[in-house]
Design a protein around this ligand. Structure first.
Ligand code: WQD
Length: 339
């Protein structure tokens, strides 16, 4: 099938393109290169032997989006990753986040609805749950008021899909709520390329270990958890990528009972910050330089997924361990620093 992947040169997007091409799908990538590089195409080609079609395009430019879909009316499905995702940045630039994450979704959906095939996978996030009342977090957990404009754009995105699906039964959609994607492809040909100082834990760990950063700051160890540090569900990015292929296959096979579904994509296991550090030290065979500092504002204490729905309905489950993810992240970091 022919699949459009917006943001397909990004972190999760590129790993998903690899899995789609491994399954024999024809992939067209749209990316504005604001948070990625054309070099990622070489990495995808090295892994799969196939270079996906690529068009540099800013989805905020409505007429270019219309022109693209006029030239690609044979698209069978869309996986929509293109969005900004830095929680902190979104607080400083809310209007940019609403334009870049919501307006672009609307433009893509408007054009998709003119096509024969209207299969759409949306990149959503566990941030929609906020601090969940019950763990593990299931898809029925209440959606909490967003703690950042970024999180709000994901909630709004799901609402847009829900409303569109209500009025257009030809539109078939799945929203995947990722927990904490981490790691890199085990070939070390593609991985995460954070711009500037990493906000997320794992890239900060690997950049500290490789000598790019002086020391990791652990944001608080006085939480009500097993070791006082926050708990998250760190899922290997290749497992996240494979979930998209499973979701798309569900749409291609017309298996939905309702044309808007959501699935949690995680491992189902919670790991504390200190456990992630211990995992990294184990696989890299080196001590990490870190210190405990004050809590980071906006952090939820604990979040990990109930993945029963994705396991039973999508026929998907995570296969890689935290150690696998840490080792792949470390190998990738050393590769891009030519260590
Ligand atoms: C994890 C833990 C920090 C950095 C991310 C994305 C969000 C969403 C969910 C996709 C927290 C601690 C971090 C550091 C630290 N993904 N930490 N020192 O906050 O769960 O959110 O995943 O939508 O977009 O941002 O991930 O990696 O920032 O933090 O101690 O230098 O690591 O306090 O407990 P988070 P994170």
């Amino acid at each position: 099938m022919k699949v459009l992947v917006t943001g397909g040169l990004g972190y999760i997007g590129s790993h998903t393109v690899v899995e789609l091409q491994n399954e024999g799908h024809v992939v067209v990538i749209i990316d504005d290169l604001s948070n990625s590089s054309k070099d990622v195409l070489k990495g995808i080609t090295k892994i799969t032997g196939v270079t996906p079609q690529f068009e540099e395009l800013d989805l905020k430019e409505k007429y270019k989006v219309q022109d693209f879909f006029k030239r690609h009316q044979d698209i069978d499905g869309v996986i929509h990753f293109a969005a900004s995702k830095a929680v902190g940045e979104s607080v400083d630039k809310p209007l940019f986040y609403y334009e870049n994450n919501v307006t672009t979704l609307i433009y893509v959906l408007q054009e998709l609805q003119k096509l024969k095939c209207q299969n759409f996978i949306f990149s959503s996030s566990c941030t929609v749950y906020g601090e969940a009342d019950k763990l593990p977090i299931s898809e029925n957990s209440p959606i909490k008021p967003a703690e950042s404009p970024y999180g709000n754009t994901k909630q709004i995105g799901e609402e847009i899909l829900k409303d569109s699906c209500q009025i257009n039964l030809d539109l078939k959609t799945i929203a995947l709520r990722y927990f904490n994607p981490t790691g890199a492809h085990n070939s070390s040909h593609i991985g995460e390329l954070p711009q500037g100082v990493p906000q997320n834990l794992v890239p900060y760990i690997t950049q500290t270990a490789v000598g790019l950063r002086e020391q990791l700051s652990v944001f608080g160890n006085d939480y009500d958890t097993k070791d006082g540090t926050c708990i998250r569900d760190y899922i290997h990015v290749t497992d996240v990528a494979k979930a998209h292929v499973c979701a798309l296959n569900r749409l291609f096979k017309n298996q939905q009972s309702h044309n808007f579904e959501v699935f949690n994509i995680g491992t189902g296991k919670g790991s504390s910050v200190l456990e992630v550090i211990q995992s990294f030290e184990r696989v890299s065979d080196q001590k990490l330089n870190y210190k405990i500092v004050d809590r980071r504002q906006g952090d939820v204490i604990s979040a990990f997924a109930d993945t029963t729905k994705a396991n039973t309905i999508l026929g998907w489950e995570s296969k890689y361990s935290l150690d696998n993810a840490m080792l792949d992240a470390w190998n990738w970091e050393q590769k891009i620093r030519n260590k």
